[in-house]
Design a protein around this ligand. Structure first.
Ligand code: ZN
Length: 219
């Protein structure tokens, strides 16, 4: 009994911590915290020329056979609102420790994985793909990167394990393509995010839609 009591309290404390993060609408700590459960469910961004999803060079950033739901997506409000640097970011709802994979062939140009889950430092892997898109995998778990800077990866290769670093309000992968110039310090703003679609799942003409579930299909 005495051993179970502290365990119960730690679970309850963790739960309350998660609830309090979920309710923090304007913590102002991090620009990529995600905010799943927004009331606004837009169908992609307006007045944007989306690339044809059926021939997109980009794959979903998780292994074939896996399915995940989408939190905030393109122009989904909060930090993903139209006009903000993260307007084309996609929050993929994943438990801490979920394998994420290369969306496309490219070179790893940045790795940070020293931050703790639900702590301020945002763990990020950045993959520069063949067209110069910087594909950013944010909120990875501590020591969760499976790649090193300078490494060449092929589509589907392991990148790392998702988490909740960077003060994420709940565990998810914040996946975004940007034009970030990696000669500047990571996180220098403004970077622009870019609209990408995905070829190895069902139709996504305006990319992935909030609250929908997408399975990664063989490619
Ligand atoms: Zn996000």
């Amino acid at each position: 009994m005495q051993r179970q009591l502290p365990k119960y309290f730690s679970v309850a404390t963790a739960f309350m911590l998660i609830v309090s993060f979920s309710c923090a609408k304007d913590d102002g700590v991090d620009n990529n915290s995600g905010g799943g459960g927004s009331l606004l469910i837009p169908n992609g961004c307006d007045n944007v020329g989306y690339p044809n999803w059926s021939v997109s060079p980009h794959l979903l950033p998780y292994p074939v056979g896996q399915s995940y739901a989408i939190g905030l997506s393109h122009c989904g409000g909060a930090q993903h609102a139209a006009g903000l640097p993260d307007q084309f970011a996609i929050d993929i709802v994943m438990d801490i420790g979920t394998l994420v994979t290369a969306s496309r062939k490219g070179i790893i140009v940045f790795v940070e994985d020293s931050g703790g889950d639900f702590e301020p430092l945002n763990n990020v892997v950045v993959l520069r793909d063949e067209d110069g898109y910087f594909l950013q995998y944010q909120h990875l778990t501590q020591n969760g990167a499976l790649v090193e800077q300078g490494q060449i990866v092929y589509a589907g290769d392991p990148i790392g394990y998702s988490g909740a670093s960077g003060n994420a309000r709940y565990p998810h992968l914040h996946f975004i393509a940007t034009n970030w110039d990696y000669n500047r310090p990571y996180g220098s703003y403004p970077y622009q995010s870019l609209p990408i679609t995905f070829s190895n799942t069902r139709a996504n003409p305006k990319s992935l839609i909030q609250n929908e579930v997408y399975e990664a299909l063989p490619y």
